[in-house]
Design a protein around this ligand. Structure first.
Ligand code: NAD
Length: 464
């Protein structure tokens, strides 16, 4: 068990309100140590799981942020509009604390986004997420389908003059409401639309995978640098509270040194006519689409870069889906600290999205780990003769709102994004090494990177 001093230290860094600290330390004193800063939040509920183990549930205080359509700006913005509004207490002190009242930026101070591509991700996730944003708003759309765009524009209050097709995309330059472009197109189109967007003077948020090749990634970085615009890759997992807590647990060695990580992200994908099964538009199959989550999340959790990979690729013969792209990739990665990881991805098996971190004195499991909501975090650690399993109850946060607000904050405060283009380029280089290893039937070495978090910008604010 960690010492109370150590826990106080963790709590100091957590910026938890004092009453939460007192509750946590009381609980810790009774032997129920969740340990992680983020999970050191109220209401440990101890219940025996079996004869030899103890399980505990750790709750956070807030519910999910409601998704509301973007609203029109207020007529007049009061000078102190970003100060949190204080509300009277309505719950007993023994109940879970509420999160602070949100203090969103007024509409006229938010970063205006143009969304490019009105497919599944934009319509089902990104547009609804603007309702949960505090610093971002949607002001323009780009689509090849005028009818669909008209409907979406009406739903989200986008002006008719701010709707563009792919041919007049460059006219975004004249639209002063647009500061950032969010590219949500097939992977093979990311490079062209990033470069054109930067040349039109806009900051670029680009969906993952960054592009189809390391060369394309580099050209995107160069174009944004030349235009003096920011480039961020939309790695939503790196802005998500469950994963951020796991990263803290690992970095603070809560369970000692990490030895190995297993990660899976697979699903049964269909429709061989979809761009995801066309090499020119997708770049590859399951690896760049869903396998990338295993790769990018492991790099994020460890903060270090692999030095060697071994890969195997397989596709079911005569399956019409896999004429151009692969079905399944399994790969191993070796890290300088000695951590070894094993990952699997597929387009051909039932949905499975999880990881497990094995360390000296405990394990951390996230299952599921990569969906938009409903992530489940569990840890295990011996406590004397008992094995303590804790289910950490952490509220979902809209991952796209968190990611977009981080990018908006970088633009507003002139900061480097946490997941800049260099982060996407590094993933692309590693994926190319995995394919090469599979092709050549041998391990492939990667350039050694000494620095931790070498390709990331400053850590995002917790409240972003
Ligand atoms: P989708 O097929 O649903 O949407 C793609 C859009 O691009 C469609 O509106 C389509 O009309 C348009 N398009 C323009 N030119 C096209 C062309 N030549 N061929 C095909 N479509 C064309 O795809 P999606 O699932 O929304 O994925 C879009 C991007 O978002 C991809 O890069 C994908 O990897 C990424 N994505 C990220 C996440 C995440 O969780 N971050 C999830 C899903 C998708």
């Amino acid at each position: 068990m960690k010492s109370i001093d150590h826990l106080v230290d963790l709590l100091d860094q957590s910026r938890l309100p004092m009453v939460s600290r007192q509750k946590f330390l009381k609980t810790a004193g009774q032997g129920l140590v969740a340990g992680a800063v983020g999970s050191a939040l109220l209401g440990c509920d101890k219940k025996p799981e079996n004869n030899s183990s103890v399980s505990a549930t750790v709750n956070t205080t807030s519910g999910p942020v409601p998704k509301l359509p973007a609203t029109s700006p207020p007529a007049k913005v009061p000078a102190d509009s970003t100060k949190p509004i204080e509300l009277e207490q309505i719950k007993a002190k023994t109940e879970q604390e509420e999160s602070p009242t949100p203090s969103p930026l007024p509409q006229d101070q938010r970063i205006g986004y143009a969304l490019v591509g009105l497919g599944h991700l934009t319509l089902n996730q990104i547009l609804p997420a603007f309702g949960a944003c505090k610093k971002s708003k949607v002001v323009a759309l780009v689509s090849g389908s005028p009818e669909k765009m008209q409907k979406v524009a009406a739903q989200y209050g986008v002006r008719k003059e701010s709707c563009y097709n792919y041919a007049d995309y460059d006219k975004l330059r004249e639209n002063k409401e647009v500061q950032a472009i969010y590219i949500v197109l097939p992977n093979g189109m990311h490079a062209e639309y990033t470069i054109r967007g930067a040349q039109a003077g806009k900051h670029i948020l680009c969906e993952k995978p960054m592009a189809n090749s390391a060369q394309e990634c580099q050209s995107m970085i160069d174009a944004c640098q030349k235009a003096g615009r920011k480039l961020m890759i939309a790695y939503r997992i790196q802005y998500e509270p469950h994963h951020r807590i796991v990263r803290e647990m690992i970095q603070k060695e809560q369970f000692g040194k990490v030895k190995s990580i297993m990660a899976n992200n697979g699903q049964n994908s269909d429709n061989p006519d979809h761009w995801r099964f066309k090499k020119a538009l997708a770049g590859g199959g399951s690896l760049p689409d869903v396998g990338l989550y295993c790769l990018n999340t492991i790099r994020y959790l460890l903060g270090e870069e692999p030095t060697e990979v071994v890969g195997y690729v397989h596709s079911t013969p005569n399956d019409p889906r896999f004429k151009e792209v692969e079905e399944q990739v399994n790969w191993l990665m070796k890290f300088p600290s000695g951590v070894q990881t094993s990952c699997a991805t597929s387009y051909g098996h039932h949905d499975d999205k999880n990881y497990k971190v094995l360390a000296d004195t405990g394990w951390i499991k996230m299952d599921p780990a990569f969906p938009y909501t409903g992530l489940q975090l569990e840890t295990s650690q011996a406590q004397g003769k008992e094995n303590q399993v804790i289910q950490h109850k952490i509220s979902d946060q809209d991952q796209f709102a968190a990611e977009m607000d981080h990018f908006s904050e970088c633009i507003l405060e002139n900061k480097r994004p946490f997941t800049p283009g260099e982060e996407g380029l590094q993933d692309q280089k590693i994926m190319e090494a995995i394919y090469r290893s599979a092709r050549e039937g041998r391990p492939v070495k990667l350039a050694e990177v000494d620095k931790k978090d070498a390709f990331r910008g400053p850590e995002p604010k917790k409240s972003a």
